[in-house]
Write a protein that binds this ligand. Structure first.
Ligand code: SF4
Length: 60
């Protein structure tokens, strides 16, 4: 399980999120995450996480 420090986005990820928001792009990760169901993900950020250390794209 990642620690609190590992659970925060780095400066590059924060910048990517900011650019995506500025461009009006979708920033929510949970919609495309393979862990996006109740018993698989216990993060409080779900279903509106914009950054997540455990994110894995669905279908890969
Ligand atoms: S693992 Fe992260 S991105 Fe995936 S559903 Fe949970 S909070 Fe969302």
């Amino acid at each position: 399980m990642p620690t609190d420090i590992e659970r925060r986005p780095g400066w590059l990820d924060r910048m990517k999120i900011r650019v995506k928001k500025t461009l009006g792009m979708k920033t929510i990760l949970c919609d495309t995450c393979k862990w996006d169901w109740r018993s698989a993900c216990h993060h409080s950020e779900r279903p509106n996480a914009t950054w997540c250390a455990d994110y894995e794209k669905r279908g890969t």
